[in-house]
Design a protein around this ligand. Structure first.
Ligand code: NAD
Ligand code: ZN
Length: 262
């Protein structure tokens, strides 16, 4: 049994979700922490421990995509802590709960800042991966995407068969603009949204940081699900202060219980 305060916030969250028209989850790295993928920020974050990285990634890629691709291929054998964690991660109960919420009709869309592919593996269909997906490649000209294994790389840099644009990993680099199709979908979803779940995100990075503000401005409800306080806590209507892998399944249980009594 969760402590009383947590139980109350979970029950309250379930009632608001059940009574909302269009629920959107805005997800950050905290959701995947329980799958063994470290966050960047937060108390145990990689940047908190090791400092912030060089932010000129995209500038370097744009200046010399051939060298970027050569380095990507060369580095495949030398996996860092982060990539190793990504390679072995599987969805945790928090991801599965979001998938259950979508199937149950309680969650209409997920905007994720995660690149780890775990929402797709959990079964969610309605997702926007605002920072890309590490298992895909993307054309920087027309934003067409391909699974890594389906795109033959026979020249460096590879070019898009449709528009001849340069093809890169779908993951959005530091300094790279958010792909326009993803950004458009986020704007559409935020406009429709009357209840936003803020799951494992400190939401200090724009444009994601602006979505909850827009929802609040139009009278929507914000439900924060995070094990720590964040800059969003103060403007949230409900705060579920627990790891997402524990609290999201409890919210799903509460939604199912509400549906039975309805
Ligand atoms: P972030 O700013 O969203 O911070 C992580 C948040 O998760 C913190 O607020 C922390 O309190 C919270 N948190 C930690 N463990 C939690 C748990 N078990 N349950 C609920 N909340 C928890 O994200 P970031 O780490 O600063 O990353 C910045 C960007 O880097 C991300 O938006 C993403 O694009 C990328 N990133 C992706 C992954 C991934 O794909 N899994 C991992 C790290 C970083
Ligand atoms: Zn293209």
């Amino acid at each position: 049994m969760p402590p009383q305060e947590l139980a109350t916030s979970i029950e309250y969250a379930a009632k608001v979700i059940a009574g909302s028209r269009h629920v959107v989850a805005l997800v950050g790295a905290g959701l995947s922490a329980e799958s063994g993928i470290p966050t960047f920020r937060g108390p145990d974050g990689l940047w908190t421990k090791h400092g912030e990285p060089d932010l000129r990634d995209y500038e370097r890629f744009a200046a010399d995509p051939k060298t970027w691709w050569e380095m990507r291929i060369e580095r495949q054998g030398q996996l860092g802590e982060f990539v190793e964690a990504l390679n072995s991660a599987i969805p945790n109960p928090g991801h599965l709960a979001l998938s259950d919420m979508e199937t149950g009709g309680w969650l209409q869309h997920t905007i994720t800042q995660n690149i780890d592919n775990l929402h797709r593996l959990a079964g969610n269909q309605h997702i926007t991966e605002i920072h890309g997906n590490r298992t895909l490649l993307r054309c920087i000209g027309c934003s067409r995407r391909w699974p890594l294994e389906e795109f033959p790389i026979d020249e460096l840099p590879p070019h898009c068969p449709d528009c001849q644009g340069i093809v890169k990993g779908d993951t959005v680099m530091f300094g790279e603009p958010i792909p326009p199709d993803a950004l458009d979908e986020c704007v559409t979803q935020t406009r429709r949204c009357d209840c936003m779940l803020l799951v494992g995100t400190s939401a200090v990075v724009y444009p994601a940081a602006g979505f909850p503000i827009d929802v609040k401005r139009t009278g929507g409800t914000l439900i924060e699900i995070n094990s720590n306080e964040t800059p969003l806590t103060e403007m949230s209507d409900i705060v579920v202060r627990a790891p997402a892998g524990e609290s999201l399944p409890l919210i799903v249980d509460a939604l199912k219980a509400l549906a039975k009594t309805a």
